[in-house]
Ligand binder design. Structure first.
Ligand code: HSE
Length: 429
């Protein structure tokens, strides 16, 4: 029986989840994999948290040096979150010859290049399945199962908090603020929700996943990012009438003009497989040139789902002595050869509050036409709460057009007409 000693840095939700799985499945892993995996040490500031999980006092380390010098520890799980001290601790344990399994998306996104350099230098493994989409096995799918493909497109719902908020707004007609407050009360959203609601968390994950998809480094700085804070119940209702549902999407595309990477809210048709991904669930919809479309779905957060991803990496590390690293040059910045598309093309949803009188619509479509924007659908009707007196709520869905043209047309409408463009939301067909 091969013995595998593990240390866990940080026993929060994720580290605690990994610990529970490893301790409750010990016999199973012995039978299934011939591995006796034991947690030999933990590093956790709150000793009582470690004790409450049933960890023996002698296994609670008081410094990272104790973990580094512990000969029983082969693999270190880093589930501390944040950049420091997680970064220095990970580098220290790798220098001591131990492999690292991390769930830390911010750290891996920003310093993955540095961690990987250290892993190669010290001939240890570096695993990060748990950084993206919790229990959904997307990292390994891209590294292994789908590696025979050129991936052309990736669309993900990879932030559970925002998906929970948008689902509640859609199903219950409540405002963003109301649902956020409720989610915070229930513990689904952080007290400081910025990382989730402004799209940072999804962008960290998209940086990691799109680098794997497109075999080139896609740094966080090159990802266009918008959050969900400006989404109104009026837009959700108007979208619903037209057969769309709103989601915070993480999109990566590799086309003739280059690579496009963006995180923003978007309408998708209710018939799209991603439309039914509700609450805090995550899903990724990947298109490869041979496999065509693949969708993976599951819990994107939580102790046991994320713990499942961590433990999968621990077992993989213990059973694959030959370490493999990124299938691209893992540098800090993008390669100068990588071309990024920034003037996106998309279909658009525009909600306009216009004077309700003859000829107003034709003035609007004249401006759209001037900028080469072709209209696919128009509806008029009161938005949530009813239309203002003498005003009409118009919703226009455009055909695919350049974002630059939409921005110019919106400025012209706001400047030249008695019409206000209340919202502009991309539509993913
Ligand atoms: N905060 C993340 C989310 C979970 O809401 O999906 C961990 O990545």
């Amino acid at each position: 029986m091969k013995k595998v000693g593990v240390a866990i840095l940080g026993l929060g939700v994720v580290g605690g989840g990994a610990y529970s799985i490893l301790s409750s499945h010990r016999d199973f892993y012995m039978k299934a994999h011939g591995l006796d995996i034991t947690v030999e040490a933990v590093l956790e500031l709150k000793r009582e948290r470690a004790l409450s999980l049933g960890i023996e006092e002698r296994k609670i380390a008081s410094s990272i040096e104790e973990i580094c010098s512990n000969p029983e520890v082969d693999i270190v799980i880093e589930s501390m979150g944040g950049v420091e001290p997680a970064r220095s601790f990970s580098l220290a344990v790798m220098s001591a010859g131990k492999s690292v399994v991390t769930s830390n998306k911010e750290l891996y996104c920003k310093y993955g290049y540095e961690l990987e350099k250290a892993a190669k230098h010290n001939h240890v493994g570096l695993f990060y399945e748990a950084t993206c989409a919790g229990g959904v096995p997307v990292v390994r799918a891209l590294l292994d199962n789908l590696e025979g493909n050129r991936i052309t497109s990736f669309i993900g719902i990879i932030n559970g908090t925002t998906n929970y908020i948008l689902t509640k707004m859609t199903n219950e007609g409540k405002s963003y603020k109301e649902v956020l407050a409720e989610a915070q009360r229930l513990g689904y959203a952080e007290a400081d929700p910025e990382t989730d609601v402004e799209g940072y968390d999804a962008a960290y994950k998209l940086s990691i996943l799109s680098s794997l998809c497109f075999h080139t480094k896609i740094p966080f700085a090159d990802i266009h990012r918008e959050g969900i804070t400006k989404i109104s119940s009026a837009d959700i209702l108007c979208g619903k009438r037209l057969g769309y549902v709103i989601k915070l999407l993480a999109i990566g595309k590799d086309g003739e003009k280059g690579i496009e990477v963006r995180v923003h809210p978007a309408f998708i048709r209710t018939a799209h497989p991603l439309a039914s991904v509700g609450d805090s669930y995550n899903a990724v919809y990947i298109t490869g040139d041979s496999v065509e479309d693949v969708m993976l779905y599951g819990r994107g957060a939580g102790a046991l789902p994320t713990g499942s991803a961590i433990v999968g990496d621990v077992i993989y590390c213990a059973t694959h002595p030959q370490h493999r690293y990124s299938p691209f040059e893992n540098t800090e910045n993008a390669s100068p050869a990588t071309k990024f598309v920034t003037n996106f093309e998309s279909a658009y949803y525009l909600r306009l509050v216009a004077e309700d009188r003859a000829g107003e619509l034709s003035k609007i479509t004249a401006i759209l036409g001037k900028y080469g924007i072709s209209v696919a659908q128009v509806i008029q009707g009161p938005a949530a709460g009813g239309a203002q007196a003498g005003k009409a709520d118009l919703v226009v869905i455009t055909h695919v057009t350049r974002e630059e043209n939409v921005n110019k047309a919106v400025s012209a409408i706001n400047r030249d007409l008695q019409t206000e463009v209340a919202s502009v939301i991309r539509v993913v067909e």
